[in-house]
Design a binder for this molecule. Structure first.
Ligand code: LFR
Length: 483
């Protein structure tokens, strides 16, 4: 029937999924084969990912997929960025990977900047300073026994790919988030690793989206009930999400909004100016040599963590009720700087928000509806600043904002983002990441053509909702409260 099937494994910060994708000339359909929670665990004081538990769920998901759907032509894996597992010389995992929200990197970015020079670091790697960039995690952990004993470092999707196939490598879009990749040549900056007394020999050979890792290991094929090659996708989830933006032309901004709100532009060359560095914009590697010029905005994490906190107190409210209550609260009562570092670690968000309000002389949100409204107004305000700054720093005009990911389901957030940016927001698809994963596999199989063709297929097949900006809220005044 001219339809090809693919399997996408997409690991997010709060859940993972195995998705069956069907792709044809006029067809692009996803069906979820398995979804599972991703719950980090604190071991002896350090926050870790339960990566073997996640891997078990991936195998289960692939088994369900093979049972209920056509055998896929290939399998692709994407996940969040920066985190890694260390392997010994025989390929055995040396301990559970540490979660990027663990506090062990406190102060490291400043120390590295003092040693290398922040400006030089930016010119070489193009990366925004986030406390958890791989390079800072490595510097924080370079004295550990596991690090000393390691034979290789694999980023999370590459680690899963290794367990599935036996092949080791580093897919380039995700490798760019380590801050150890040369932004111009897109090869490892061995000199930088050496200058920081890291071990460049741990960095595996780079691979490109579309490269074939190999077939499933025999024991894995037996366990999942079929055999198929694993193909590298744009394995950084944000890179896959940007592929999954149903944009026409290039005058668009995107917000990939899930746990994080990654807001920015797709460019054909990096922006490495001092102004860009000061605004902390990143130049992450995208598909086909594109640049993902964006900033990390704290995202729905603030809401998810608040809800988790309320649930722990035994009096949880469901999200639809909270959002309905938030919609009744007047706009702009209280706004916070969502990027304040205090909001990064897990914990009691409502109290941290209250403290921020007090410190800035604003009303402390008293009800849950007020807390949620404060979060959404503040996110919209941050998206406004980020998109306007990106457009101006890159001299790139923007006519529309594509908001993809779970946040596209949040009508209030989408409407506020349109109002705040003064631009139409096109919301959806929710599963942009899994779609981007499937599309790169389909391209490697020769089923779709270039990125433009992939996006045309998205635009033709994936429903979206449009929000036009409305006047009414004085966003400049709100922004001034945080200045
Ligand atoms: C989003 C994301 C961001 C990255 C953060 C940490 O899921 O991948 O792009 O900065 O998680 O890895």
């Amino acid at each position: 029937d001219g339809i090809s099937s693919f399997a996408a494994v997409d690991l997010g910060a709060s859940s993972g999924r195995v998705v069956a994708g069907r792709v044809g000339p006029d067809t692009l359909e996803l069906t979820e084969a398995h979804r599972f929670v991703n719950e980090p665990v604190r071991l002896a004081g350090t926050l870790h990912w339960n990566v073997t538990g996640l891997y078990a769920e991936i195998l289960r998901g692939l088994r369900f997929l093979g049972r209920d759907h056509a055998v896929p032509r290939s399998i692709g894996v994407d996940s969040w960025a920066v985190d890694y597992g260390l392997l010994d010389a025989e390929g055995a995992l040396l301990g559970a990977p540490v979660h990027y929200r663990d506090e062990r990197t406190e102060g490291v970015a400043a120390a590295v900047a003092a040693e290398i020079g922040a400006a030089s670091l930016y010119r070489r790697t193009g990366l925004q300073t986030l406390p958890f960039n791989t390079v800072y995690q490595l510097v924080a952990g370079r004295k550990s026994a596991a690090y000393q004993a390691a034979g290789a470092l694999l980023l999370i999707p590459d680690l899963i790919g290794y367990w599935l196939t036996g092949a080791q490598g580093a897919e380039v879009t995700n490798a760019s988030t380590t801050q150890l990749l040369d932004v111009h040549r897109r090869s490892w900056d061995v000199e930088l690793a050496t200058d920081l007394r890291l071990r460049p020999e741990l960095l595996p050979p780079l691979r490109q989206p579309g490269d074939r890792l190999g077939g499933l290991r025999e024991d894995v094929a037996a366990e999942v009930g079929f055999d198929a090659p694993v193909v590298a996708v744009a394995s950084h989830d944000t890179a896959s999400a940007v592929i999954g933006v149903p944009a026409v032309g290039d005058r668009f901004a995107y917000i990939s909004c899930g746990t994080w709100g990654l807001a920015g532009l797709e460019l054909d060359r990096p922006v490495l100016s001092e102004a860009s560095r000061e605004a902390n914009f990143t130049n992450e590697a995208g598909i086909d040599g594109t640049v993902r010029y964006l900033r990390n905005v704290m995202g729905l994490w603030l809401l998810q963590e608040s809800v988790r906190w309320w649930e722990r107190s035994g009096s949880g409210s469901d999200l639809p009720t909270l959002l309905a209550d938030a919609a009744e609260v007047p706009a702009g009562r209280t706004v916070i700087d969502v990027d304040d570092a205090r909001f990064l670690p897990p914990g009691d968000m409502p109290s941290r928000i209250a403290a921020f309000a007090r410190e800035t002389g604003q009303p402390v949100p008293a009800t849950r509806g007020e807390v949620v409204r404060c979060i959404l107004d503040s996110l919209a305000l941050a998206f406004r600043r980020t998109i306007h700054q990106a457009s101006s720093l890159a001299s790139h005009d923007v006519d529309v904002v594509h908001l993809v990911g779970g946040g596209a389901r949040n009508a209030l957030l989408c409407r506020l983002t349109a109002d705040a940016t003064g631009l139409p927001v096109v919301a959806g698809p929710v599963e942009a990441t899994a779609l981007g994963n499937v599309l790169v596999q389909a391209r490697a199989a020769g089923v779709v053509g270039d990125l433009g063709e992939a996006r045309a297929l998205l635009a033709a097949t994936q429903p979206t909702v449009r929000y036009d900006p409305r006047p009414g809220i004085d966003w400049d005044t709100l922004a001034a409260r945080l200045a």
